[in-house]
Design a binder for this molecule. Structure first.
Ligand SMILES: [Zn+2]
Length: 345
């Protein structure tokens, strides 16, 4: 791939870039983000928690530290009565990402997402969205980012606004779509066609993030990879979606009233499944391979290793031959202990 002089283009030209996201889900599980609102108040209230998760993803091999500004936009903060914290939250998020990125030579991405304020029939709404992106990305640019990730876009129209704002700031943009519907964006564009339009408008990277697990994202990303000329990104959720339930939102199980978003654990992908995804995406020619809501550092490390890397956290990668029952030491175990472990019911 020809570089265009940006740090992102140079990194993509060197090979597969590994992304790691899902900060909001993980910090919610750790008690720092309120489910429902999902606003990253943690950036100001418990910055060390954000730094720690950045560092865990960095040690696991992530090539990009994404500033935690997902839902840190004016509309959402107004709902929580924290509108006055908007600028501080956005600036602080970039500073935290930059600090950790510098520890490992990672790139720094600013982040904007679907706003819930966009309406394709309403020109005034587009203006509101544009103003929100302009202020968020303006602060991010001042703090110092390498590129923008505009993600989880339900509407192509809203994604194009994020792309234009990024371009006005002179920043390369990776623009990825949410795929909650079978084939089309909420404003009616076939997902492949929408990616082609984003590429034609100058996005550095196009693709998909969130909603779909590896099994249901791979076939669609394969079609996108075939039909666009620019770099392609795939950041699925680590959940076992399938043809009947192609998104995490559509997963159902007996005895659970609502699986998404708080009872998804029975559908979690193992580290091995995410490693298989990383290798499969790389083999398809996906340039930016990552993971979204639900990610843990163990997934990211397994993905990095599947891409052939040894990362800082590889020091503690499994060595099952050292296990007292499953490994070589089992020979010294009492036969009754081994029999109890190996019993099948
Ligand atoms: Zn997500």
């Amino acid at each position: 791939m020809a570089g265009t002089g940006s740090v992102l283009a140079d990194r993509l030209a060197r090979g597969t870039v590994l992304g790691a996201e899902g900060y909001v889900f993980e910090l919610e599980r750790r008690g720092y983000v309120k489910a429902g609102a999902y606003v990253p108040e943690v950036v100001l209230d418990f910055p060390d928690a954000v730094t720690e998760l950045h560092r865990e993803f960095l040690r696991a091999g992530a090539d990009v530290m994404v500033a935690l500004t997902y839902y840190a936009h004016r509309e959402k903060l107004r709902q929580l009565g924290r509108e006055s914290d908007l600028e501080a939250m956005n600036r602080q998020a970039v500073r935290l990402a930059r600090k950790v990125a510098a520890e490992g030579g990672a790139l720094v991405a600013g982040n904007v997402c679907n706003t819930w304020a966009y309406d394709p029939q309403d020109a005034a709404a587009a203006g509101v969205v544009r103003a929100m992106y302009a202020e968020q990305l303006g602060w991010a640019a001042e703090e110092g980012i390498d590129f923008v990730i505009a993600e989880t876009n339900d509407y192509l129209g809203e994604a194009l606004i994020a792309l234009e704002v990024s371009q006005q700031l002179g920043l390369p943009a990776m623009v990825t779509l949410a795929t909650t519907r079978p084939a089309r964006t909420w404003d009616g564009y076939d997902y492949v066609e929408a990616c082609k339009i984003l590429a034609a408008h100058g996005a550095a990277v196009v693709g998909l993030n969130c909603d779909r697990g590896p099994a249901t994202m791979l076939p669609l990303i394969a079609r996108i990879r075939e039909q666009v000329g620019c770099a392609v990104a795939a950041q699925p959720v680590p959940y076992r979606t399938d043809e009947a339930s192609p998104t995490m939102e559509s997963l159902r199980t007996d005895g659970v009233d609502r699986v998404f978003p708080l009872a998804l654990e029975p559908f979690s992908c193992t580290r091995f499944e995410m490693a298989d995804f990383a290798a499969a995406a790389r083999d398809l020619g996906v340039n930016y391979v990552g993971i979204c809501c639900g990610a843990g550092p163990h997934h990211v490390r397994a993905m990095a290793e599947a891409l052939g890397r040894t990362v800082p956290a590889s020091k503690y990668s499994p060595a099952m031959d050292l296990h007292p029952i499953l490994g070589a030491a089992a020979a010294s175990q009492d036969p009754d202990v081994l029999a109890a472990w190996n019993v099948t019911r």
